[in-house]
Design a protein around this ligand. Structure first.
Ligand code: ZN
Ligand code: ZN
Length: 170
């Protein structure tokens, strides 16, 4: 299999991460939730942490911690932010289900805003590309299987791994 030359979480392939316009209400609710997460852990609400949250809320795709740093520095005109702060905040947010992650083993993780509508992923093992999809039949099938096992579903993660169109040709 062809390996990515950069070898660290397929970093910064797309320098700009797709951004989405959230409503003021969505932003307010997300910030309020973040305030609660910090409060529960006895952590301070800092401007730096708020900036990280705002960048995450505004993202419409998957990002590496390095991508997030790039977004932040663009969004907040060159204000430097340490990778350690980003890693620590992402860890905290993942515990609180505010972000979810997909692991690429030794190459690191890609994150996404956890409050997006439910979707599943196809993951390219060569370039780290992520394709989102939903399929009603598959969702219904899972309900059916769970019922057969007298199991109540609270959530699921579906990951199809393989090679994207580009990497099949490479
Ligand atoms: Zn690929
Ligand atoms: Zn996704």
């Amino acid at each position: 299999m062809q390996k990515n030359k950069n070898n660290r979480a397929f970093p910064n392939k797309e320098e700009t991460i797709a951004q989405i316009e959230r409503t003021p209400l969505e932003i307010m609710l997300a910030l309020e939730q973040f305030r609660q997460i910090l409060l529960e852990r006895g952590l301070k609400y800092t401007l730096q942490r708020e900036r990280i949250i705002r960048a995450i809320i505004g993202s419409d795709s998957h990002f590496t911690p390095e991508n997030l740093k790039t977004i932040l520095e663009r969004k907040f005109s060159g204000k430097k932010i340490g990778m350690a702060t980003i890693y620590r905040t992402l860890l905290l947010l993942e515990e609180a289900h505010f972000v979810t992650s997909i692991s690429f083993g030794a190459e690191g993780k890609k994150y996404e805003y956890g409050l997006k509508a439910h979707h599943d992923h196809m993951i390219c093992d060569s370039c780290g590309d992520l394709t989102e999809f939903t399929n009603d039949e598959m969702e219904e099938l899972q309900e059916k299987i769970a019922k057969e096992h007298n199991f109540v579903i609270t959530g699921h993660t579906m990951q199809i791994r393989g090679l994207c169109k580009k990497c099949q040709k490479a």
